[in-house]
Design a protein around this ligand. Sequence first.
Ligand code: CMC
Length: 429
Amino acid sequence: MSEKIAKLEINGEKYEFPVIEGTENEIAIDIKNLRGSTNGVITIDPGYKNTGSCESAITFLDGEKGILRYRGYAIEDLAEKADFLEVAYLLIFGELPTSKQLAKFHKDIKAQSIVDDDIKKIIDAFPKTAHPMGVLASLTSALTAFNPSSVNVDSEEEMYNAIVKILGKFPVLVAWAMRKKQGLPLDYGNSSLGYVENILQMMFKKPHEEYKLNPIVVNALDKLLILHADHEQNCSTSTVRMVGSSHAGLFASLAAGISALWGPLHGGANQAVLEMLEGIREDGGDTKKYMAKAKDKSDSFRLMGFGHRVYKNFDPRATIIKKAADEVLADLGVEDPILDIAKGLEKEALEDSYFVDRKLYPNVDFYSGIIYRGMGIPTEMFTVMFALGRLPGWIAQWREMRLRKEPIGRPRQVYIGENHREFSKISDR
Ligand code: CMC
């Protein structure tokens, strides 16, 4: 079989580069030697729309066909048949766990779920107005101080211990970030519960009453976490890999990923969706006015929860979560004017040529915020919930990057500033 090559001509000079093919027939031009062989030529691709940063065996997605698979398993199957911890194991270690492996994984995570009590002092130092994403990023960084030993990535045991540690402690930090805001005492929940059940208990248990778990809510949260668990080389995941590529530790890399996720064009979109819907309601509920604003190029307003960098036909996660949203809202008997506005916008956008032509469809975050609101999770916590779901993906990507011994991430640039100029003393300027 002949090897595929890409040919490039620059100023009359011809160069050839190997073409590599992934297991799903994705084709990439391998330009590792471009700069060296061309005497300094680089490529430029702001936003990396055409640039593969790595080879990865974790998640496959086809944005045109609306396919998302973790380690080869369809997201639809995983959301229907697996639970979040099973999916976390699959993403991180590459195979679905046996029941024995899963039980051990859960037991090890529970054993590591206590955080140093001094973390409470750090939480106390934050004002109640602090955004919980900022609190979560800081607390995740702070864990580094309380767990100083850096991971020897060549030791499977050390790697495993670091992984169960963060999977144990992270939900505690998430729950505490919320409880601090609400003035509730910090609580560890009940470790005899399932992983997701205990997250709900840690978040919602009031000190003076029993917390009753609702299986429909548990199921919806489980699904939401699974759907968010990985999404290949998005902004926050690339950040985790990039920071980790300097051999910064796992927790430090994750803290950076949390900050990247915070932005409204990424994980912050779920909060932005609800804020947008609330804004529309306060402004009289005129969805047509906001549709017009979204289409007006002189207006910076965008319909939050619509469009996706890679899904250009539909977001398969949105299809699954829309169903779960209907179930939860019906079960909880939620009647909310915000929902009517959401449904109105969805209908209008799906029929509008501006959105249809640009292939802008509701993404997972259009619906996730609506479910979280129905569950009683405050709007500012939505992105924190996304981070909770994304944790296994970040860990899996960090682990893969370190095991593959990837080089430090260090992009190039095309300099467009001043050429050399003479320095002038301050008195002469
Ligand atoms: N409302 C109105 N117009 C939009 C929107 C929107 N939400 N999204 C894209 N467009 C327009 C954009 O103005 C551009 O129009 P034109 O071709 O006339 O200049 C065209 O569609 C393509 O937009 P783009 O910004 O080049 O697309 P992108 O792939 O770079 O951006 C996106 C993807 C997700 C940043 C963008 O669609 C967006 O800002 N959406 C709203 C924020 C959002 O919901 N983000 C959550 C993404 S899902 C969570 C995750 O996985 O992180």
